[in-house]
Design a protein around this ligand. Structure first.
Ligand SMILES: *Cc1c(COP(=O)(O)O)cnc(C)c1O
Length: 455
C-alpha cells in the first residue's frame, strides 16, 4: 500500500524523526516527498516546493540530476559496496586523488567515513593518537567555540557548544575547553533609526581567550576545532573577517593542531570550494561531508597532512595503527557520485557562476530589514540566517513557546518553499545551482511568510 493516508498512518506509527518532538509531529499532516526535480521537491500530491535548505544543507546541483544519476547507475552496474578494510575500490581511489587536487595545500591523505559526525570523530581521534606517537600523550584536550556544532555522536557533542542539544548528555561527554564565540557579523548595519541588535562584531575577545587557554594549558591541548566562517547549527553565525586566520596563527604559535570542520561550508557554500580558502588557511585536519556526494548519498572524509599520517607509521607490533573504521567507509556508489559532483563543478565553472547568484542573494537579503521583526540578517556565500525578534527596540526575543520560526516555515510551505528554522532564525541555504528566478521566488516566499506571521 502506498496511498497517502496509509503512508501517513505508517509514518506516525513506525517512524521516529530526528530532532523532532514526536508529540507535535502527530498533530500535523506530514509532507511526504516522492520526487525531486532540480531545486524543487515534489510531494505525493504533486505539490512542488522550492528546496530552501538544500535538503539539510547537502544538495549542490539540484535533485534528480541526469549526470549524477548516470554516475550512480554506471557504478551500481559494477558494484554497490565492497570494503576498504584490507582492500580497495576504484571510485574511492579516484576520489581521494581528486580531493587532494581540490583541497588546501598540505592536506595529502584521505580517510573516509559516512557522515559529518564521524568525520569529526575521526579527526579528534587522529589528533589524540597523533600526540601519543609524538611523545606528548598529555595533549588530550580540545578547544572549541561556544555555539559550535560538530555533530551528534558523543565525541562530536563533546566539542559542541549548543546547550539545548547537549545538556541532557553532559555526564557522557569528555572534558573540552569552550571559548566564547565572536559576536556574529551582520550582513550590513540595520537601516538608520533601527537599533543595533548586537554590538559590532569583534574577533579580538575570542582570539584573546583562545590565546589565554593555549598559554595556560600549553602542554595539554591536542587541537582546536572550528567551523570556518559560519557557525551553522548555532544559528548561522557569521565570523568576523580574520577570525579563522587568527585561530590558525595561534594554533601554529602554540604548536597544536587546527581541525577545520567544513562539513557545511565545503563544496562551494561560501563561494569558494572551501571556506578555508577565503583566509588562506591550511588546517592540519579538514572534515567534509554534507555536499561531498552532492547531497545524494552519505559520504564523509577527514583529510590530513603527511606529518600526521607519518606519525602513525611503524612496525605492526608497535600498535601505531589508526584503529578506526566504519563498515561502509569509501562506499563505491557514494564515491562515484562525489567524483561526478566535482566533475560538474569543473565542467560548468560553477564556482565562478556562483558569484552572480551570491551577490544577487545578498543584495536581496537587505530587503528583509524592512520587516519590523527582522532583528538581524546574517549571510556568507549562499547561506543565510534571518533572525526574528519580538521587539527590535528592546532586543526582546520571541519566547520559545511562540514557535515563531516553525510558524514562518509552515507559512512558507503553504506558499511553496520547504525550510527548517534554527529556533527563531530562518535558514536559507538553497542548492548552489539555483537559478536567479528560483532564488527570487524563494526570497519572496520567505519575505511574505515572515510578514504574515509577525505582523
Ligand atoms: C551537519 C554538520 C555536522 C554533522 O554532520 P552529520 O552528517 O549530520 O553527522 C558536523 N559539523 C557541521 C559543521 C555540520 O553542519
Amino acid at each position: 500500500m502506498s496511498d497517502k493516508e496509509t503512508l501517513i498512518a505508517w509514518d506516525k506509527r513506525y517512524l521516529w524523526h530526528p530532532f523532532t518532538q514526536m508529540n507535535d509531529w502527530h498533530e500535523e499532516t506530514p509532507v511526504i516527498i516522492a520526487r525531486g526535480e532540480g531545486c524543487y521537491l515534489i510531494d505525493v500530491d504533486s505539490n512542488r516546493y522550492l528546496d530552501g535548505t538544500a535538503s539539510m544543507w547537502t544538495n549542490v546541483h539540484g535533485h534528480n540530476h541526469p549526470a549524477l544519476n548516470a554516475a550512480l547507475k554506471t557504478q551500481v552496474d559494477n558494484i554497490a559496496h565492497t570494503t576498504l578494510l584490507g582492500y580497495s575500490n576504484i571510485p574511492a581511489i579516484q576520489l581521494a586523488k581528486k580531493l587532494m587536487e581540490l583541497t588546501p595545500s598540505g592536506l595529502n591523505k584521505v580517510f573516509y567515513s559516512d557522515n559529518g559526525s564521524t568525520a569529526v570523530e575521526v579527526a579528534l581521534k587522529m589528533a589524540y593518537q597523533y600526540w601519543q606517537h609524538k611523545g606528548q600523550p598529555q595533549r588530550k584536550r580540545f578547544v572549541h567555540l561556544d555555539k559550535a556544532y560538530h555533530g551528534d555522536t558523543i565525541g562530536a557533542m563533546s566539542v559542541g557548544g549548543i546547550e539545548s542539544f547537549h545538556q541532557n548528555f553532559d555526564a557522557l561527554l569528555f572534558n573540552s575547553i569552550r571559548v566564547p564565540a565572536p559576536e556574529s557579523a551582520r550582513l550590513q548595519s540595520p537601516p538608520p533609526g533601527r537599533r543595533c541588535f548586537q554590538p559590532p562584531p569583534t574577533r579580538t575577545r575570542c582570539l584573546n581567550e583562545i590565546e589565554r587557554v593555549l598559554t595556560e594549558h600549553a602542554t595539554e591541548i591536542a587541537g582546536i576545532i572550528v567551523e570556518p566562517l559560519i557557525q551553522g547549527a548555532g544559528g548561522m553565525l557569521v565570523a568576523p573577517e580574520g577570525l579563522l586566520k587568527g585561530i590558525e596563527t595561534l594554533a601554529q604559535q602554540h604548536e597544536t593542531l587546527l581541525i577545520v570542520d567544513e562539513v557545511m561550508t565545503g563544496f562551494g557554500r561560501t563561494g569558494k570550494m572551501w571556506a578555508c580558502e577565503h583566509e588562506d588557511v591550511s588546517p592540519n585536519l579538514l572534515c567534509t561531508a554534507k555536499g561531498l556526494a552532492a547531497g545524494y548519498l552519505p559520504l564523509a572524509a577527514t583529510l590530513t597532512t603527511d606529518e600526521i599520517y607519518n606519525a602513525f607509521l611503524g612496525e605492526y607490533r608497535e600498535r601505531k595503527t589508526f584503529f578506526h573504521g566504519h563498515t561502509f567507509t569509501g562506499n563505491p556508489l557514494a564515491c562515484a557520485v562525489a567524483l561526478e559532483n566535482i566533475a560538474i563543478f569543473e565542467r560548468e565553472h560553477l564556482l565562478s557562476r556562483l558569484q552572480t547568484t551570491i551577490s544577487h542573494f545578498q543584495k536581496r537579503l537587505q530587503e528583509f530589514y524592512q520587516l519590523a521583526h527582522v532583528g538581524e540578517v546574517r549571510a556568507r556565500g549562499l547561506a543565510a540566517g534571518v533572525e526574528l525578534i519580538k521587539n527590535p527596540d528592546t532586543n526582546e526575543p520571541y519566547p520559545l513557546e511562540e514557535k515563531v520560526g516553525i510558524r514562518v516555515c509552515r507559512a512558507a510551505l503553504a506558499r511553496g518553499a520547504m525550510l527548517r528554522p534554527l529556533v527563531n532564525t530562518i535558514v536559507l541555504m538553497p542548492p548552489l545551482q539555483i537559478s536567479l528566478s528560483e532564488l527570487d521566488a524563494l526570497l519572496d516566499i520567505v519575505y511574505r511568510a515572515i510578514r504574515e506571521v509577525t505582523e
